[in-house]
Design a binder for this molecule. Structure first.
Ligand SMILES: [Zn+2]
Length: 228
């Protein structure tokens, strides 16, 4: 026999500790959201820049869309995750073993721009000014977070530069303690093989490349100076 006060499974209080959903529980122990909706909001809230209010707005929007559209979204999420990996040459995001930029014969192979993240490649590509190739380090050296040079794609870069006879390597890493450490460290390793420059930043300390507008970024690239 079911007790009258046993909670309805559809609206049961989500009780996994430390889950943000706990905060969504209304007084009286029932969820503000029915469970599948709560789960969707919880997943959306894990995304960067998505707070509880945006997560709710997105979830309610998704529920209103036709099922076909929601299926396409779910499929795109899964396929992107399953199919996109890293280019074996430059470590930019790519669905192929070698990315389109590395394969493109009209890009100057003598010029390599070193960035921290694939987001920076995308930001620089949007300027349409840069015609060389890239190398994505996959992060910055940060002793505080336990990230050393071996955690980044630094040795493939040194190998690439040493073997290919590259004319110039442009360090395009935004200034910060970690950014400067990484730029200097990589710069020292590359100097025996090539000219190393650093892009000129009119950006504040810690300013991300991807937040710079295209004109600022193009100017930063143009005004690059040799690394001392
Ligand atoms: Zn590539």
């Amino acid at each position: 026999m079911q007790l009258l006060n046993s909670p309805n499974p559809a609206t049961i209080l989500y009780d996994r500790k430390s889950m943000p959903l706990l905060r969504l529980a209304a007084p009286g122990g029932t969820l503000v959201y029915t469970r599948p909706l709560a789960r969707l909001i919880e997943q959306l809230q894990r995304l960067p820049g998505v707070g509880p209010k945006s997560a709710q707005r997105l979830a309610l929007h998704i529920l209103k869309r036709p099922e076909e559209e929601v299926k396409a979204l779910a499929q795109a999420l899964l396929e992107a995750k399953q199919q996109v990996g890293l280019c074996s040459v430059c470590f930019h995001l790519s669905a192929e073993p070698v990315c389109d930029i590395c394969k493109n014969p009209s890009r100057d192979p003598q010029l390599i721009c070193v960035v921290a993240d694939s987001r920076d490649v995308i930001a620089l590509e949007k300027t349409r000014e840069y015609k060389g190739k890239y190398h994505v380090l996959g992060g910055l050296i940060s002793p505080m977070e336990g990230i050393g040079p071996d955690h980044l794609h630094i040795s493939p870069l040194v190998k690439r530069v040493a073997q290919q006879g590259v004319e110039e390597v442009i360090m395009a890493i935004s200034p910060s303690v970690e950014g400067d450490t990484t730029t200097l460290y990589v710069g020292q390793l590359l100097k025996p093989f090539t000219k190393v420059t650093r892009i000129a930043f009119g950006l504040p300390m810690g300013g991300d490349l991807e937040y710079a507008d295209e004109v600022t970024l193009a100017r930063a690239l143009e005004g690059r100076r040799e690394l001392e």
